[in-house]
Design a protein around this ligand. Structure first.
Ligand code: SR1
Ligand code: MG
Length: 407
């Protein structure tokens, strides 16, 4: 009965092979298939099915009703519908920058998609000091296209509201409301698990900073109420696959209508984690120089492409008022700075850490890397209006590094 896949259960590798044979004609009937679970994310199960003889392969991603990282998170399997549909939409808006989706199955709560095993997860590649010349260009194209083109300035307003409705994502938004916007500032759920050598520093400089917590409170409600664009919602360097000449954004299960700056800020912050690791571990100069250019380009190319796309695509009559494009962009850059700060803090002082920092084996180096990010984060959150160019964003990080080098 199970083999009919008419009612939901969590599949094992053998069942995934049967599933793929029964639901797709991707492989020849006679192909010898092997399958392994390869997921290392926090939420879902990811299987790679391969026909060794032809080299053909695909991915089956299945959602369980709790998060993989912890049973504490009870999650609707609806997130895989959101992921499949958003990937399709993003594929139309930003062709070539997301994997192809072959099938979405609302019974088994899974999605069958293109295998990107010839790519590497960006975070892993950055930790190896690898350079990807097209990264900033591709990520800014992805963000401008998916954000601006799903917003009210471009879309017919009723169609946009229908998308808002389609992508209501309460449980995954709640994860971000808790993990990004609440717990790193108070640890009320007692699960922040701070790096012991920085625990006191975080308590004094984050938990006890009233002005910072006040700004965080404002940002939390902006995240919850500003239905500006269909954001990816989790655009960290674990959600990007790269190879020399290709960038693919994956995992939009946190997608919802939220502030554009939530995506841009996540990208900038995660590049900054890579920079901090590189800085404290004395990585290759070439690599650090490329990373710095990439941080600057992410902000500057985003701004440049945003204005070009605005001119070409804006439809709302009032949005065409002279100067409104630049005013609107400034609000997005303002949010970018704030979210950069929030992401920098939550990945150090919250539950979900980043390997860039958590795998630094030398205690003093990790202490410095974390403090560099946290000090920069505070600047971004407390003075978000001050950062409008890539150079200004990068300077905050470098100033923070200088201040911690001197200690
Ligand atoms: C319970 S999920 C923890 C984190 O993993 C996801 O990728 C999101 O970033 C979330 O905050
Ligand atoms: Mg993910």
């Amino acid at each position: 009965m199970m083999a009919d896949f008419n009612s939901y259960f969590l599949m094992n590798a053998d069942e995934v092979i049967k599933y793929v044979r029964s639901k797709t004609d991707f492989f020849d009937g006679s192909a010898q298939l092997t399958c392994a679970e390869i997921g290392d994310g926090n939420l879902n199960y990811v299987f790679r099915v391969i026909d060794e003889q032809s080299g053909k392969s695909l991915i089956v991603k299945q959602a369980g009703d709790t998060a993989r990282i912890s049973d504490e998170f009870k999650l609707s399997t609806n997130r895989i519908r959101i992921e499949s549909n958003v990937l399709k939409l993003e594929g139309e808006l930003a062709p070539g920058l997301v994997p192809d989706v072959y099938l979405y199955d609302s019974v088994m709560n899974c999605c069958v998609m293109e295998d990107l095993s010839d790519h590497t997860i960006l975070r892993t590649a950055l930790m190896e000091g690898r350079i990807f010349p097209k990264l900033a260009d591709d990520l800014t194209t992805f963000m401008v296209n998916t954000l601006l083109l799903t917003s009210d300035v471009v879309m017919e307003h009723k169609a946009k509201k229908a998308l808002v409705q389609d992508y209501i994502n309460p449980e995954l938004c709640e994860i971000s409301e808790d993990l990004v916007y609440s717990e790193p500032f108070t640890d009320h759920n007692n699960r922040n698990n701070l790096f012991p050598a920085n625990k006191e520093w975080v308590e004094q400089n984050i938990y006890a900073d009233d002005a910072l917590r006040f700004e965080a409170a404002k940002l939390k409600f902006a995240f919850m109420t500003n239905a500006q664009a269909l954001v990816h919602g989790d655009l960290h360097s674990g959600s990007v696959f790269v190879k020399e000449d290709s960038t693919k954004v994956i995992d939009p299960e946190f997608a919802f209508y939220g502030p554009m700056g939530y995506d841009t800020g996540n990208v900038v912050a995660n590049l900054m984690f890579a920079w901090s690791r590189a800085h404290v571990t004395n990585a290759e100069e070439n690599y650090v120089a490329w990373l710095e250019e990439t941080i600057k380009d992410t902000v500057d190319l985003f701004a440049e492409k945003f204005l070009v796309s605005w001119k070409k695509n804006v439809t709302d009559i009032m949005a065409k008022e002279p100067g409104f494009d630049r005013w609107y962009l400034e609000t997005v850059l303002h949010d970018t700075a704030s979210v950069t700060g929030m992401e920098l803090i939550r990945r150090i002082a919250g539950l979900a850490k980043v390997k860039d920092l958590s795998t630094i084996s030398d205690e003093q180096q990790r202490v410095r890397a974390e403090r560099i990010c946290l000090t920069a984060a505070k600047q971004f959150i407390l003075n978000p209006a001050s950062y409008k160019t890539g150079e200004q964003f990068l300077l905050v990080l470098k100033d923070s590094a200088s201040s911690h080098n001197m200690q």
